[in-house]
Design a protein around this ligand. Structure first.
Ligand SMILES: C[S@@+](CC[C@H](N)C(=O)[O-])C[C@H]1O[C@@H](n2cnc3c(N)ncnc32)[C@H](O)[C@@H]1O
Length: 184
């Protein structure tokens, strides 16, 4: 959606990238990472993409923002990492089925995408997901509730995955839901 893209583009233009701040869900569970093909959905500047590329994955980073991805592309090149950047609107993008060994989703929630995500993992593949839940409006009242997870966390969206970690209300404000699942 064009409006969405313009909003994120101007936000990323105002921000400076922090490439060295991967999500704690990844750093705390580093031992689960192996190698293969990873996709980082709505990667932004891609600190998580860089982290898993450094761990040994070939990474596809998808985001609607050209600005974020061109910064990530430059950084990955400088570090000699295998990160391919694709400008894509995930509201419309069709992900390949049974293709990925690792899927990352951090702070992005688009309801229509939730069902298909689990079908894109290969057998044994892992999903790492963390995003804000319904409690977040008590921390940030201006946040659009359409982008917040309903009560119950992430596991109900992924019935085909074996649960490795399920934290529906994590963090000091209980406003983050975290999940790691594996395709059996
Ligand atoms: C809150 S940021 C999260 C970025 C990164 N995953 C992280 O945790 O730092 C949300 C990201 O979603 C991207 N985004 C928003 N709508 C999108 C869409 N329809 N398709 C693809 N990316 C989108 C934005 O450009 C932004 O980079």
């Amino acid at each position: 959606m064009r409006k969405d893209r313009d909003r994120w583009e101007s936000r990323h233009n105002r921000e400076s990238p922090d490439f060295d701040d991967p999500d704690p869900l990844l750093t705390e569970n580093r031992k689960l990472l192996t190698s293969g093909i990873a996709v980082d959905l709505a990667s932004g500047f891609g600190a998580d993409s860089l982290f898993v590329a450094e761990a040994g994955y070939k990474v596809h980073s998808l985001d609607i923002s050209f600005r974020a991805l061109s910064a990530l592309h430059g950084e990955a090149r400088q570090r000699g990492l295998d990160v391919s950047c694709v400008v894509a609107d995930l509201d419309e993008y069709a992900l390949s089925k049974a293709y990925y060994d690792l899927i990352l989703v951090f702070y992005f929630y688009a309801k229509p995408l939730m069902g298909p995500i689990q079908d894109c993992l290969k057998r044994g593949g892992l999903l790492f997901y963390a995003t804000y839940n319904f409690r977040h409006t008590s921390v940030k009242p201006e946040f659009n509730p359409a982008y917040l997870l309903p009560p119950g966390g992430l596991s109900p969206f992924f019935p085909k995955l074996e649960i490795i970690l399920d934290e529906p209300e994590a963090g000091p404000d209980r406003n983050v839901s975290r999940f790691i699942g594996r395709k059996a």
